[in-house]
Design a protein around this ligand. Sequence first.
Ligand SMILES: [Zn+2]
Length: 178
Amino acid sequence: MKCPLCNGELLEYVGNLPFGSNMLGEISVPGIAYSTCSRCEDITIGYDESGKITDYIREEERRALNEVPIGEFVSLNEAANLLEMTKQAFNKKPRIQRGFVYAVSLGGRKYYHRASVLMFKENGKDGRLLLTKKKEISTEAIAPVVCPVFMFPSNTYGPGYREGSESWSSSNGGHFRS
Ligand SMILES: [Zn+2]
């Protein structure tokens, strides 16, 4: 396979790639098929991978939110009060329905993350704050080597990148598929 940008050789891997999460910051998603160009270092995510990435991040966020102490959440009543609207109006807000205010379900009821509600109130559209008690991603699912950072324009490299070399070897995280 040749790189569509520069016609360089594409090297294919399956490994971890970091992605951004509003809630968790940078999150390493394992088992992603991707290729990287040996010349221009452009990274291409495999054709079917985007759903897998979204699901993984959503699940990690759900787990992290469930570990936040319940005392940091408020009832629907209180959340609506904080936004100075009725419960009905609160529930009808499309952005709230879509998760722009963090919520957990407990005993069939929804509770809203207080700081997230307040942030939503402040900027009027997005309460997805970075959770400070960031949950560490379980290490067993992650190969020992960090892969090149994806989606970050600074283009930093993990320890698998060999200085002075223009390619990643099969020993640096992904399994080289010839
Ligand atoms: Zn290229």
